[in-house]
Design a protein around this ligand. Structure first.
Ligand SMILES: [Zn+2]
Length: 589
């Protein structure tokens, strides 16, 4: 991963450079991509450049150099806040607040150059606060931590151009990206801030720079603010970083860093930092959902493109599909992105056509015969003659939506199509109330009117009431020794008086035709309340029956205990009367 990251970062860096090369100068027109990369990796531009005299870069290098522009920032005057204890410009005798033993970019760049160019025997020039040997009133740029001396051992007392020119030419070509403001090598100097055509000049200082390349970094370069540092250094040893994300920036173990946002991604710690988006799995190519409608193209964790299902009235859906196989599913066919699309017919409310939804989330439109539109009742989609209840809007640009009652169903009409129905449960009836279809309890309905406040006895003995929406609401319970009794529209609780069974003389109290309790009500009528009827039959038929006293049959049919007691009482009275007469007779006798 680390190597891969470095390759990506460096490739991007090189591509940028190649683009600059192609844009700014006339390298061979047929130079292909790889040639360009090779040239930048210090091969063709510098290979085998050997000159007898001073540094003499190839014309190609100078032409690229003329496209490079880096502002020059020199070292401050020593007198501005500092002083030197010695007149010897080489003595590290100066004191100045700007003196530095190396700014971070300078130190990192020195390490990088030693790795990239093994012919450099050492790189240094830090940790010495001294005068500029060419202008002793100023500090040396070395002293403020922005100059490096790259040591190239001499050959036969002269500069090794084969070794040194390669480095110096590379510094010219990449000056702007790195932030190289000035180069001195083998009696010549190159100044990035000077005009094209006048950047390369003889070096007039006291030392010829035949054993080292003096290179100065700009303020941005020395502080790692240039593209070269932002995109990461290659092959640089010794730096160890905790791999991490810093916002959208990614930092690897070698402290290479890059900005994932440049490619539409961010840095994700999962757990090794990577450029990508959280929605994309770490490896593999395909599509995932970013949100309800956003579809994302992923490649190895990174976002490479996006699409918008919402533009096609669709959801981004992964339901029933492989992880990297998200697709747009028509909102005609599913109610949400998590719903699995399946083969089914639905109605289009726009044009009255049937919609044939398919398993993959796509759909076809099917025309209905002339004069018919798509409707759906009881789950069945069919072409039907438009229902009068579903009044179609004549405005083709506006979907006309109505909720109406159709055959005791609450139906949703869209531009004349029935697109959804919901049956009223049980004995409930669909009734339009204030322009809206409502399922109303049948007992609360009188024609098209809700009997709001209407009271009646519920099956469980409670008193119930219809509310304004036609729902039955339990209102109150009768006491333990009371029963709910309905008399016309009046409902009240009355005390219960237990009496013998009326049908079977009490011999079979569990029989189904048992009429149960006889109660005496306040109007002195005797009512009989059935206790084996359900609510609807109770309410749909006469709830109370007037008790009729059974006829006494001389052949000995049914008599209640009360009646037997009455008969016995009468006989007793007769017997006592007879006894009194007999006794009176006896007294007379
Ligand atoms: Zn130097």
């Amino acid at each position: 991963m680390k190597t891969y990251f470095i390759q990506i970062i460096f490739s991007i860096f090189l591509l940028t450079q190649c683009q600059d090369l192609q844009n700014h100068q006339d390298l061979q027109n047929n130079q292909d991509h790889q040639d360009c990369l090779d040239s930048i990796s210090t091969e063709s531009l510098t290979k085998g450049v050997i000159v007898a005299g001073p540094w003499n870069p190839p014309a190609d290098v100078l032409r690229v150099g003329d496209t490079q522009d880096v502002p020059y920032h020199g070292a401050p005057r020593i007198a501005d806040g500092g002083y030197c204890e010695s007149d010897n410009p080489w003595a590290c005798s100066c004191h100045h607040p700007d003196c530095s033993s190396g700014l971070p970019g300078t130190l990192a760049f020195a390490r990088y150059l030693r790795m990239a160019f093994p012919q450099i025997s050492s790189a240094g020039g830090f940790q010495c606060c001294r005068q500029n040997t060419s202008n002793t009133a100023n500090l040396s740029v070395h002293s403020i931590g922005r100059a490096i001396d790259l040591m190239i051992p001499r050959i036969n007392g002269d500069a090794d151009n084969t070794a040194g020119d390669e480095v110096a030419n590379w510094l010219i070509v990449n000056a702007e990206s790195i932030g190289v403001q000035y180069i001195a090598w083998d009696r010549m100097a190159w100044s990035a801030h000077k005009s094209p055509g006048s950047k390369f000049n003889p070096f007039n200082g006291p030392i010829p720079h035949t054993d080292h390349i003096h290179v100065e970094l700009s303020l941005d370069g020395a502080n790692e603010r240039t593209p070269f540092f932002r995109n990461g250094l290659i092959n640089e040893p010794a730096r160890q970083c905790e791999p991490r994300c810093d916002g959208s920036r990614i930092i690897d173990a070698n402290c290479n860093s890059g900005d994932c946002a440049a490619y539409g991604n961010t840095c994700i710690a999962d757990p090794t930092p990577r450029c990508g988006v959280a929605e994309c799995p770490r490896s593999g190519s395909g599509k995932v959902c970013g949100n309800e409608s956003l579809i994302i193209d992923c490649h190895d964790g990174a976002l490479v493109g996006t699409g918008e299902c919402g533009q096609f009235a669709a959801y981004c859906s992964n339901a029933g599909r492989d992880p990297l196989d998200a697709t747009c599913v028509s909102a005609f066919c599913v109610s949400g992105p998590s719903e699995l699309p399946y083969d089914q017919l639905k109605c289009s409310f726009i044009n009255g056509k049937q919609i044939h939804c398919k398993n993959d989330g796509s759909f076809d439109l099917i025309d209905c015969p002339t004069g018919q539109i798509c409707s759906m009742m009881n789950g069945q989609v069919a072409c039907e003659t438009p229902r009068p209840e579903c009044q179609n809007s004549n405005d083709p640009n506006q979907v006309n939506i109505q909720n109406v009652c159709i055959d005791d169903h609450i139906a949703r009409c869209e531009n004349g199509n029935i697109v959804r129905v919901e049956a009223c449960e049980g004995n409930n009836r669909c009734q339009m109330i204030n322009g809206q279809p409502i399922c109303v309890s049948a007992v609360c309905l009188n024609g098209n009117t809700i009997k709001s406040g209407h009271q009646f006895c519920l099956d469980n003995g409670m008193i119930g009431e219809c509310n304004a929406m036609g729902d039955v609401i339990p209102l109150m319970d009768c006491l333990a020794n009371e029963r709910c009794v309905q008399n016309g529209d009046e409902v009240y609780c009355v005390a219960v008086a237990s009496v013998p069974d009326t049908n079977d003389m009490g011999n079979n109290p569990q029989s189904n035709d048992d009429f149960g309790q006889i109660t005496q009500v306040n109007d002195m009528r005797v009512n009989l309340e059935r206790n084996d009827q359900d609510l609807n039959s109770q309410l749909g038929t006469q709830m109370n029956k007037v008790y009729e006293k059974p006829k006494i049959d001389s052949c000995g049919q049914s008599y209640s205990k009360f009646e037997l007691y009455l008969i016995l009482f009468i006989f007793t009275l007769i017997y006592q009367r007879k006894s009194q007469i007999y006794q009176r007779k006896s007294q007379i006798l």
